[in-house]
Design a protein around this ligand. Structure first.
Ligand SMILES: C[S@@+](CC[C@H](N)C(=O)[O-])C[C@H]1O[C@@H](n2cnc3c(N)ncnc32)[C@H](O)[C@@H]1O
Length: 274
């Protein structure tokens, strides 16, 4: 990992810990759903997983990178993974995730680590999953893809379903979507505090003042990094107007305009057999 990535990631971790109370409240709302076998994975994610054989038949271990408070990690076990390990850099969120898994009785464990320095899981995962606000927090894409490939066992699957960088190209103006003055190819976006557009415009993420930097990588860069790490690409898909939470900063933008740009994308890749 580059020194720059190490520094930025450590700063971002402080910002993410500021969201712990918001995630804790959300966990209360979701506890019953997750305890009864339900899921916070999106329909698109279920459809993508549905392209593979049922998880219960092959997935002994799912590793969820950037798991936040563990909702989707638990959901993966509800979807059939026999065990899941969630990884996140923010200690308070990892504590939340452990508590949720214990309360709902899920076979899920959690590791507090930067994805790029994750230790002890190499070669073990049948499935690595990440998404919904993940890759753009990685400041060293080559190291990230290398870690994804390292954690997978030969023949294992990688699934990403994430926000499309096109979302950072626009803001809502008086007359509709206006173009932001950033490059699609190399934007670095800095936030102070938690803005409307974060966490679905969540109320109650108070006191967040620490700077956070993100890097909305174009999908071409993400795919190229995965290919460079030796994975085989099986699917790439872009979706319009996908997640309501992505549009909270654009409340007046009608669905016909939302449908004109990609808001999420998916990558399904496989590590070759040994
Ligand atoms: C938008 S949240 C992910 C939310 C999750 N997909 C969900 O739906 O609940 C992004 C997460 O990435 C984590 N994160 C950011 N940088 C990281 C890094 N370098 N290593 C591990 N986790 C990181 C943050 O702590 C945060 O929990």
């Amino acid at each position: 990992m580059s020194d720059d990535a190490r520094t930025v990631h450590a700063e971002n971790a402080v910002g993410w810990d500021e969201t712990a109370s918001w995630y804790a409240r959300r966990a209360e709302d979701l506890r019953e759903l997750l305890a009864s076998g339900g899921s916070t994975l999106q329909p698109q994610e279920h459809r993508l997983l549905g392209m593979l054989p049922p998880l219960g038949t092959w997935c002994d271990l799912a590793v969820h990178l950037q798991c936040a408070a563990g909702f989707d990690t638990v959901s993966l076990t509800n979807a059939g993974a026999r065990r899941a390990v969630g990884v996140d850099i923010a200690p308070e969120l990892v504590r939340n995730a452990r508590s949720l898994a214990a309360q709902v009785g899920a076979p899920a464990e959690f590791v507090c680590s930067d994805v790029l320095t994750l230790d002890g899981l190499d070669g073990q995962a049948d499935l690595v999953y990440t998404g919904k606000g993940a890759v753009h927090w990685m400041f060293d894409l080559r190291a990230w893809a290398g870690k994804v490939a390292a954690v997978l066992r030969p023949g294992g699957w990688f699934l990403l379903f994430d926000f499309h960088p096109m979302m950072w190209m626009f803001r809502e103006g008086d007359t509709g979507l206006e173009v932001n003055p950033v490059s699609y190819f190399a934007p670095v976006v800095t936030y102070h505090g938690w803005s409307q557009g974060h966490l679905g415009g969540a109320d109650g993420v108070e006191g967040g003042t620490s700077p956070k930097k993100l890097r909305p990588w174009p999908p071409s860069g993400v795919i190229q990094a995965l290919l460079g790490a030796g994975l085989e690409l099986k699917l790439f898909h872009e979706y319009p107007d996908t997640l309501a939470e992505q549009w909270t900063a654009y409340p007046r933008t009608p669905h016909r305009d939302r449908a004109r740009i990609a808001s999420t994308y998916a990558v399904l890749a496989r590590k070759p057999d040994a």
